[in-house]
Design a protein around this ligand. Structure first.
Ligand code: ADP
Ligand code: MG
Length: 289
């Protein structure tokens, strides 16, 4: 191999937003036939977003968000952060309290507000209307998280939060398939959520409910089947699997552990750059030969 062509390849990589550990990495890029994609933070944004608001008959959505948003502003729970971010409420909160494992309560602009599991509202005799129960059950069946909102003795709304798929993920999967790779979605999350995300981006193979320590075993198993495995991940729990993979790619937006364990880093955390990286290295190797 002529080192010049390899260096041109790595220099071009930097322009594309790809950091390459060393020129020798390019060789494994060419052979990969399977690409394992971590779900949370890689295919999805990795944080909760408020995606649906269902109000009971006669209730006002803006008021629901104003009261629930102010209360959730005081909580650090990921659900709370999603609600607070979406609501941007400046209502004042008094007597805030976390109800362990159930939700939060407090007085917002003079109203006694509850946000959390339906059980929390039931404890205060705030019963969900049939339409709210239906909204809640539908969200859960789709693998989403739903919480109820009530105040002054009545259940008022159901809020649905979910970790949304990145806008670029579906396009990235299409490109990876076009390059001849088989994508596999790998996650510790439940099967239902994983299937929903896979369907949204066009992945057929799903390996879900995998304990963090077992991600590396999944990669080993695929290799034992004769596959040459590339893997993209972002978390501490992905590091061992990224190191085990024939080609490890880390999201630049991810943890240091993932970046250190990887051969390539996608600086902007855009999955489409994975396809760019594979194309670049194939071209670079073709130049050498
Ligand atoms: P987890 O978030 O892992 O489910 P928690 O014990 O923190 O476990 O919360 C249990 C449930 O209580 C949550 O799933 C949610 O339904 C409800 N909950 C807890 N905190 C909040 C909050 N700040 N806002 C809304 N719901 C909450
Ligand atoms: Mg992750």
């Amino acid at each position: 191999a002529t080192p010049t062509a390899l260096l041109v390849g790595t220099g071009r990589g930097a322009q594309l937003g790809i950091l390459i550990k060393g020129p020798e990495v390019l060789e494994s890029t060419r052979k990969a036939d399977t690409i394992v994609l971590d779900k949370t933070g890689t295919v999805t944004e990795g944080r909760m977003t408020l995606t649906e608001v269902h109000v009971a008959e006669g209730e006002d959505e803006a008021e629901v968000l104003r009261l629930a948003g102010a209360l959730e502003h005081a909580s650090e729970h990921p659900i709370a952060q999603a609600v607070a971010r979406a609501a941007r409420s400046d209502a004042t909160v008094e007597d805030f309290a976390n109800v362990e494992g159930l939700g939060v309560q407090g007085v917002v602009d003079g109203h006694a507000v509850l946000v959390g599991r339906p059980r929390l509202l039931e404890e205060w005799s705030q019963h969900l209307t049939p339409e709210l129960v239906e909204a809640l059950e539908q969200a859960q069946a789709a693998g989403r998280t739903a919480v109820a909102v009530g105040w002054d003795g009545r259940a008022r709304a159901v809020l649905v939060v979910s970790d949304v798929v990145k806008a670029t993920s579906a396009e990235a999967v299409t490109e990876l398939k076009r390059l001849g790779l088989t994508p596999v979605l790998l996650t510790g999350d439940n099967e239902k959520v994983a299937r929903a995300v896979a369907a949204e981006v066009g992945i057929d193979e799903v390996i879900a409910e995998v304990l963090p320590a077992d991600k590396v075993e999944v990669v080993k198993r695929l290799q034992a089947e004769g596959k040459v495995v590339a893997m993209v991940g972002d978390g501490v729990n992905d590091a061992a699997a990224l190191a085990q993979a024939d080609l490890g790619l880390a999201m630049g937006t991810g943890t240091d552990a993932a970046i250190e364990a990887s051969d390539l880093t996608l600086v902007r955390g855009d999955l489409r750059v994975t396809a760019d990286a594979l194309r670049l290295s194939r071209r670079t190797l073709a130049t050498i030969k």
